[in-house]
Design a protein around this ligand. Sequence first.
Ligand code: DAH
Length: 349
Amino acid sequence: MLEKLDAIGAQALKEVEAASSLEIVEQARIAYLGKKGALSEVLKGLGATDPSERPRIGAAANEWKRKIEEALEARKSGLESLELEKRLREERIDISLPSRQPHKGALHPITQVTRRIVQTFARLGFDVTTGPEVETEFLNFEAVNIPKDHPARDMQDTFFAGPGVVLRTHTSPVQMRAMREMGKWPVRILCPGAVYRCDDDATHSPMFHQVEGLWVDHGVKMSHLKGTLEFFARELFGSGSQIRLRPSYFPFVEPGAEVDVSCFNCSTQAGSGVVARDSCRVCKGTGWIEILGAGMVHPRLFEMAGFKDKSLTGFAFGMGVERIAMLLHRIPDLRLMYQGDVRFLSQFS
Ligand code: DAH
């Protein structure tokens, strides 16, 4: 019987040591130490042995049981740590891999250009001010010298928000607000903001942006207007830029002018362009690009503002931000700026 036990024990140790998985270890445990395992089976024959032999057999059986249990435990922890190593190897995270870049937002081209315009005039001492987009009909029109039935009202197809209330069609009412609020001069303000007009096609949007400028003080002359706008044009369109003033009509100024900047796209006198004048699409072969309206503040506006000093003068100007953004960035279609297409917008980040 002792020999049998030794044979089973030795076989058990061999199998346990060779077990290649935790499952096989468990199977070996059941096969040798289980209720119906090999060891128990042998011990069933204990009753038939010589009683004086029994303690030795019992002790030997216990010894094997202990050894097998030890072997099982050792193999189990060995396999477990192998398993762990394998998992660690397989699930290893390569922290040296570059991470996925998050999408970074950027300012809209209209915001960027507005800020450039504002910063340029800020360097000349203009303060930024704003006014409401929902404006009284009075301030939008009458107060800036566009009386009822004036043909100039047709130039600016108006959205009415209620009786006597409009979505402002331009930023010019802010001139009046600024003068009235300050109640004294000098007034030197710049007003960026959204404006609304009732048209909508490839070159017009029902909402767009303007920047208005106003400088009121004793001794402000047309030459100051020209110098200011020349500085602005050179800052924005390049140091070789020139400007020209063409006589024009705006109800709130007298005299009024449309202001052109020399084309920065084709070969101008300043010679900065690369395209031949004849084929230039930016200035359409004229060498000049219209960028804004301006003029000397109409005396009627001073009256409306309650400025009684007859010797007071001032200049004003207004420009469309979209137009300038399109020129600066060669944007072919106005509508691109309102569609929120990331492929377009990301070019300005
Ligand atoms: N308000 C005019 C417009 O919407 C632009 C403008 C022209 C503003 C001449 C001015 C100016 O201040 O003097 O088209």
